[in-house]
Ligand binder design. Structure first.
Ligand code: FES
Length: 329
């Protein structure tokens, strides 16, 4: 098959960029690229600072966003700035300083001849030299700095792999005598505060009035439900864990750990919205539908001398989803 000669497609005359002909413009473009890479490096430093120095539950108020988590906000901002400005720097570098010659590329047979392949390698090397990476030390160094810092940031995240949880997954802040506090008001609650048919989200009172961290809430959250005492279908021991028709369960679903957030007053069923596991309140949160394999752990409750609801004991079993080493049946 013969190769047809290439027709002139009629492209407009090539206009050279200013940086191609004016060394001052080239130097200015070089500085602009370097500034973009430096901003990227600052973004990575912000990312590292946020990860190491801003507590995970630190809150900040911003006019448009309202109250938001400062740790996550600055972590995201830092990474976004780092990646965006590396991209900007690379694009600006390519548009202003990289070689701008128009090249006609003839179609070849499938495999090029050896001499053509050698010529290609030589061209790549030559273009690499023309790009001036060797000469433009400012760009080379700032690019190295920004890429190096971005490359380091994933190493920080390795810190999240440890330490090992130890017994943390089996323990909560609920101890014998811990007061039940309403969430989010954090007020102690008396039996009379909860009408029959009502449900309340509860957290434990922490020693010394300590603030609840997100990790605490993820394990300690409790749902308090009040029904008529005669509606319970429990053995004597489980019945003694309730108080005047009030029963307390872990809010963390025993399937995969979502918040069990829906209560059907008529049927007295608690429903997990993630995969529709349904638990029967009258029978100690026995699973009556869905993929959960265990009932919700129950918290035995009573009242203290002042008439406030307190825990009689910690949860009867570990809260949260089933996993290896934790019985799933
Ligand atoms: S997490 Fe609750 S049903 Fe799956």
């Amino acid at each position: 098959m013969s190769i047809q000669p290439i027709q002139d497609p009629g492209l407009p005359t090539h206009v050279h960029r200013k940086a191609d002909t004016d060394p001052v413009a080239a130097k200015r473009a070089e500085r602009q690229v370097a500034i973009l890479f430096l901003i990227s490096a600052l973004g990575t430093l912000l990312f590292i600072f946020s990860y190491l120095a801003i507590p995970q539950d630190e809150l900040i108020f911003l006019p448009i966003m309202g109250t938001t988590n400062a740790h996550q906000l600055f972590l995201g901002l830092g990474l976004a700035v780092a990646l965006f400005f590396i991209g900007m720097g690379a694009v600006h570098w390519a548009k202003t300083l990289m070689p701008d010659h128009e090249v006609v590329d003839h179609r070849k047979e499938q495999r090029s001849k050896d001499e053509d392949r050698d010529a290609f390698v030589a061209t790549i090397r030559e273009q690499g030299a023309t790009a001036g990476l060797g000469r433009r030390t400012l760009i080379k160094r700032t690019l190295g700095l920004s890429l190096g810092l971005v490359g380091l940031s994933p190493l920080l995240l390795l810190g999240d792999l440890g330490p090992l949880p130890g017994n943390d997954l089996n323990e909560t802040n609920w101890k014998r005598g811990t007061r039940l506090l309403t969430d989010p008001a954090l007020r102690p609650i008396r039996p009379a505060d909860l009408e029959v048919g009502a449900v309340a989200q509860i957290l434990p009172e922490l020693p010394g009035g300590k603030k609840h961290s997100l990790a605490d809430i993820a394990k300690d959250a409790v749902l308090l439900v009040r029904i008529r005492p005669e509606e319970f279908n429990l053995d004597a021991e489980r019945l003694s864990w309730t108080y005047q028709g009030i029963i307390a369960f872990s809010k963390i679903c025993s399937h995969m750990g979502c918040a069990v957030a829906l209560y059907e007053q008529n049927t007295k069923h608690l429903l997990c919205p993630c995969h529709q596991s349904t638990f029967d309140v009258t029978r100690a949160a026995e699973v009556i539908f869905g993929p959960a394999a265990r009932p919700l752990p129950q918290l035995a409750i009573t009242v203290d001398a002042d008439g406030y609801l307190i825990a009689k004991d910690p949860f009867n079993e570990a809260v949260g989803p089933s996993f290896w080493g934790r019985d799933s049946a």
